[in-house]
Each structure stands twice: as structure tokens, then as C-alpha cells.
Design a protein around this ligand. Structure first.
Ligand SMILES: *Cc1c(COP(=O)(O)O)cnc(C)c1O
Length: 374
């Protein structure tokens, strides 16, 4: 596929930031030295730091981490920016591409809340193109997304696949076509926080022909490292370099980097694969069990590690779970989801408890209802 000059995603960066160099940290000095006295660090390690790993400021993008993540996600190291969760990737994209007070992002609600939060904090407009609630689950209207992006001259279009909380995996061909249509006009950001649980290919493969695609990946869900805060933005190498200039000087704490390298380094991906396989089995079990319960209006099909449900009486379901010490996510505040709860998959024991508690509570209230009607 030929690239024209118009395809260059760097032309979409905020004009006022195009020659912005960012902060020159002490670690960006690449000279070789034996004695480093350029960053006002302590000369001796802390008592809490037995191996002295934490005394000095860290490399902003440790090459070993970048290599390991690039291998994991199937891209080149220079196409990947590691940061404090994919939340930071969202924020960097908004800051680098949207002029405050002017530019817009497009989102497809119900969706992950941080796109709108980052946009609002930055003073960017948020344009909503709701998912359609269909028999097969939530469906994304790609034409409407593209039209909204064109109409509003939006800089970023966020699609979440699989969606949170929709659970829907978006067709890669549709994402590809969207990126093609918006080439030279907007970046299509594909948030794949749950792709490990899905039966589908990552949008990372689109980067070979679509320079205006950015993919967000995270170690917080399938990889069980939420507190390490390691997320990746995978994009055109020029975009990655531009995002890094907007990033904090030392975004990756060394203890988190070392923990991540241990997690990714051993038997490659083995325990993650096992956790994901168990979650996918559990998802089927929970789906079947909850779908059959009285008072459950709908269980949405899910390609992620949670289920979204609608109830006749969501408050009663929430109360029953809370009485049993089980906390789930209340979505009743979200437009169109005023009867909905989202339940994350737990261990098989925890999922069995959810089925048991909800089964008991919902059958009891169904019995009361039929008793009252009789
Ligand atoms: C959990 C979640 C994230 C946040 O991931 P971090 O890497 O922990 O910041 C991003 N996107 C979606 C859709 C999520 O559900």
C-alpha cells in the first residue's frame, strides 16, 4: 500500500507542539561515565533498597522492558511507548493531538470512562456516537463514527475492543476501514485492555499499513499486574517519539519494571495463558447460569473477563451480593444502562458464590411475586 504525504500522522499533532522537545532529563545524557554526578541523587542507597536498584533515576524507557513488551505485542520496540498504565497512553494521546478549547475526540458509549475524563481535563470536546444495543449485543456503528469524526474534525476516535462494559469485540476489518477513511484526518485509537480474553486478532497488525492507528495494551488485566501500572501505546514510531516528549521525565519506577521483567521473562506467558483459559471457561459457566435466572433481563455476550447484566431489580441483586460480601460494578448511572451491573470474573469458587447468591435472591423474589399474583 503506498503512503502519500497526506498519510503522515505527525501532521495531526498539535501545531504548537510540533517542535516541542520536552524535558531533557539527566538520563537523556548518553555520554559514558563512571561517576555520575549530574542528577543530584544520593551517593548511598536507602536502607530499604538492599541491592541499590532505586538510588538513581530510572531510564525513561528501559530497553529491556521495551523489547519484552514489543515481543509480547508483536511490534518493533520503537513503535511502543511504555507508561503508567494505558490510562497514561490515553492522556498522552489527548494532550499531543488535541488543542485545548478547540479539538474534539469521538467515543462510542457506553465505554471506558477515561477517554472523556482525559479530554475534559485537557479542555477537549467529547463527541458521542453511542453503540447500538442489538439482539447480538452492543454493536458499533462505524459509519456514524467516521461521519462524526469528519463533521467535528476530531483528532482522535477511541474504540474499545473488546468493549468495557459492552464486552463486544469489534471486527478488525471495520477498524481497518475506519482508519483508512480517516487517514490524514484522525488517529483511530484501539483500546485492547481485554484482547487476551477475546477470540480475535490484535489491531497491532494494522500498523503495517495504517499509520493513523494507535493501540493501547495493558498488563493490568490478563497479566495480573494492575498495581505495577505498566501499559503500552503502540503506534507509528514518529507518533511514539512525539508522545514520549509529552510524557513525564521518569514514568516507570524501577521496582515495577523489574517485577514486570520477571513476570514476562520466565516460562513465556505460561501462567497468563492458564489464567486466561480458566477465565474463558468460567465466563461460559457464569453466562449460562445467570442467563437462566428469573429477574435477569439480559446477559450480554462477552469477549472480556466480565459480564454485563440487566436486571428487573438491579438494586435487589446488588444488595444480595453486598450482603454476601461481593462487590460488583454498578452501571445504573450510565445512559441506557439504568438496570445494569458488571460482574468481573473471579476464581471458580468466587464465581460459584455469585451464582449461588444471585440464584437464591432472585428465585426468592420471583416466588414472592408469583405468590402475590396468585
Ligand atoms: C482497565 C482498563 C484500562 C486501564 O488500564 P491500565 O493499564 O491499568 O491503566 C484501559 N482501558 C480499558 C477499557 C480498561 O477497562
Amino acid at each position: 500500500m503506498s503512503q502519500t504525504r497526506d498519510d503522515n500522522p505527525l501532521d495531526l499533532l498539535r501545531e504548537d507542539l510540533r517542535d516541542f522537545a520536552g524535558y531533557k532529563s539527566a538520563r537523556s545524557d548518553k555520554r559514558s561515565g563512571r561517576v555520575w554526578l549530574n542528577a543530584n541523587e544520593a551517593a548511598w542507597p536507602s536502607v530499604a533498597d538492599c541491592d541499590g536498584a532505586v538510588r538513581r533515576y530510572p531510564d525513561p524507557q528501559p530497553p529491556a522492558l521495551r523489547d519484552a513488551l514489543a515481543r509480547l505485542y508483536g511490534c518493533a520496540p520503537e513503535q511502543l511507548l511504555a507508561g503508567r498504565g494505558s490510562d497514561e497512553g490515553i492522556d498522552l494521546l489527548v494532550r499531543a493531538f488535541c488543542r485545548p478549547g478547540g479539538d474534539a475526540i469521538v467515543i462510542a458509549p457506553p465505554t471506558f470512562g477515561m477517554y472523556a475524563v482525559s479530554a475534559r481535563l485537557h479542555g477537549a470536546r467529547v463527541v458521542e456516537v453511542p453503540l447500538r444495543d442489538c439482539a447480538e449485543g452492543f454493536v458499533c456503528d462505524f459509519d456514524a463514527l467516521a461521519e462524526a469524526a469528519e463533521r467535528e474534525a476530531a483528532k482522535l476516535v477511541f474504540v474499545c475492543s473488546p468493549g468495557n462494559p459492552s464486552g463486544t469485540l469489534l471486527p478488525l476489518a471495520s477498524i481497518d476501514a475506519l482508519a483508512q477513511r480517516l487517514s490524514g484526518r484522525a488517529i483511530v485509537v484501539v483500546d485492547e485492555a481485554y484482547i487476551e480474553f477475546a477470540d480475535g486478532e490484535s489491531a497491532v497488525s494494522l500498523l503495517r499499513r495504517r499509520r493513523n492507528v494507535a493501540v493501547l495494551r495493558t498488563l493490568s488485566k490478563a497479566h495480573a499486574l494492575a498495581a505495577a501500572r505498566i501499559g503500552s501505546t503502540i503506534a507509528d514510531a514518529g507518533v511514539v517519539a512525539a508522545l514520549q516528549r509529552c510524557q513525564a521525565p521518569y514514568p516507570l519506577p524501577t521496582p515495577c519494571v523489574n517485577l514486570t521483567l520477571r513476570a514476562l521473562g520466565e516460562v513465556p506467558g505460561n501462567t497468563t495463558k492458564a489464567r486466561v483459559a480458566t477465565a474463558m471457561c468460567e465466563r461460559d459457566t457464569l453466562f449460562q447460569a445467570l442467563q437462566g435466572l428469573p429477574g435477569v433481563r439480559r446477559v450480554y455476550p462477552s469477549q472480556a473477563n466480565f459480564l454485563l447484566l440487566r436486571f428487573d431489580d438491579a438494586q435487589a441483586a446488588l444488595d444480595a451480593l453486598l450482603d454476601a460480601g461481593v462487590v460488583v460494578r454498578d452501571f445504573r448511572h450510565a445512559p441506557g444502562l439504568d438496570d445494569a451491573l458488571r460482574i468481573s470474573l473471579g476464581t471458580p469458587e468466587q464465581n460459584a458464590a455469585v451464582i449461588e447468591v444471585l440464584g437464591r435472591a432472585l428465585r426468592a423474589s420471583a416466588a414472592v411475586a408469583t405468590g402475590a399474583a396468585a
